[in-house]
Design a protein. Structure first.
Lengths: 136, 259
């Protein structure tokens, strides 16, 4: 996968945030946690497994060819406290995901509690983020 | 059998009256009391669901470790963590293969844990890898030559209002934290837990491991805060699922691009 892959895909915004330290349990140094990049596509799979749930979606590149992206997110327990269930995202859903892309340009990314601002936006406008909704 | 039955009843009774998973804030006896009135608090009751507050050291006892011995340096050089000054994509953190997180690293995880106090023992029930740690409080001594384990053998006692826990009997397969700090099977740890106010436990951890570090390591004190209403959910590390995740996401993300 070439370094320019991300640019060639349907990027609609890229913002710089001041990030809090990542909270993935093993470290997120493969991802650009200073960036927030948006991809839009159709969900192909939502994997609800420990220790990392994953969202896969087909994203069209500039030539209209579908590229399957994989987005790493939190554990089921952390997602549960953020208001998610294993049915929150379903194959066929049209979603926009604001995520931290892999530094190497591969079509993989991180979106989760460690990086505020990352979230999933459904075509209805409904949003799901990764922040804990329980009382602290 | 009778002993087992009575033991079970004792445990169930203790659990039934434990304020675990309930709000930790101690309420004044009367609503007319202002919040400035000293709260009644049993300093020896640490039961409930808690979580480490963010702080110096991150997901480990910190980067401020004492000078390493040659053995410790070789171990540190071999460790390729995802956090800290040596952070790089990929790496060889043992938990990437679902090895037990081990002690004391489990104390620094991002997930909640529950303290359960029952006769003769304090249990720490960590959401991370759904792990139970036992601390014996019945006055027993540390074993002279314990077999190495991932979490060691722990005995505790109250020193005034401080719970002091000593642990020995570790294997050397785990890291002390996500930054890749090593340890040996000679490690001995001392934890001191003190409830400094109704909603805060302070943790002071000392690591003594002369095979790895040239002097004792006093980790930065950390604060532990209550998580009222939070349940400990099932959060195993499942090796088969982790392998599939690594194949589909971690490895592509960490692949060198030849830049």
């Amino acid at each position: 996968m070439k370094n320019g892959t991300i640019k060639s895909l349907a990027i609609v915004l890229s913002l710089i945030f001041l990030c809090t330290p990542a909270t993935a349990h093993h470290g997120n140094s493969a991802y650009d946690e200073q960036a927030r990049v948006s991809i839009k596509g159709v969900v192909t799979e939502f994997v609800w497994t420990n220790p990392h749930c994953q969202i896969y979606l087909d994203v069209k590149d500039k030539n209209g060819k579908a590229v399957n992206w994989g987005v790493e997110t939190n554990s089921p327990a952390i997602l549960t406290r953020a208001g998610w269930t294993s049915r929150s995202v379903k194959p066929g859903d049209e979603v926009t995901i604001i995520m931290c892309p892999a530094k190497n340009g591969a079509p993989v990314a991180y979106a989760g509690s460690g990086d505020p601002g990352t979230k999933v936006i459904f075509s209805s406008g409904r949003e799901l983020d990764f922040q804990d909704k329980t009382t602290k | 059998m009778q002993t087992l039955l009575f033991g079970s009843i004792a445990v169930m009774t203790a659990l039934a009256f434990s304020p675990s998973a309930m709000p930790q804030t101690v309420q004044p006896k009367s609503t007319s009391q202002s919040s400035t009135v000293p709260l009644r608090l049993d300093p020896h009751d640490l039961s409930g669901v808690w979580q480490l507050a963010p702080g110096g050291g991150g997901q480990g006892p910190g980067d401020n470790f004492p000078p390493l011995t040659p053995w410790g340096q070789a171990r540190y050089d071999a460790n390729k963590p995802g956090y800290g000054p040596k952070a790089a994509p990929g790496g060889n953190d043992p938990i990437l293969k679902c090895d037990p997180i081990g002690f004391p690293r489990i104390l620094f995880q991002i997930w909640p844990f529950e303290i359960i106090q029952i006769p003769g023992r304090v249990l720490m029930f960590f959401e991370g890898q759904h792990t139970i740690r036992e601390i014996w409080m019945d006055g027993r001594k540390l074993p002279a030559d314990p077999e190495p384990t991932w979490y060691g053998y722990s005995v505790g006692k109250w020193d005034g209002d401080t719970l002091v826990v000593e642990t020995i009997g570790f294997n050397d397969k785990t890291w002390l934290g996500a930054q890749g700090q090593p340890h040996s099977d000679q490690m001995r740890t001392v934890e001191r837990y003190r409830r400094v106010d109704p909603t805060t436990i302070q943790l002071n951890l000392t690591i003594v491991d002369p095979k790895t570090y040239t002097k004792a390591w006093e980790a930065e004190p950390r604060l532990i805060k209550p998580r009222p209403g939070v349940e400990i959910l099932e959060s195993f590390c499942v090796a088969s699922e982790e392998e599939e995740f690594a194949r589909r996401i971690r490895q592509p993300a960490a692949q060198q691009t030849g830049k």
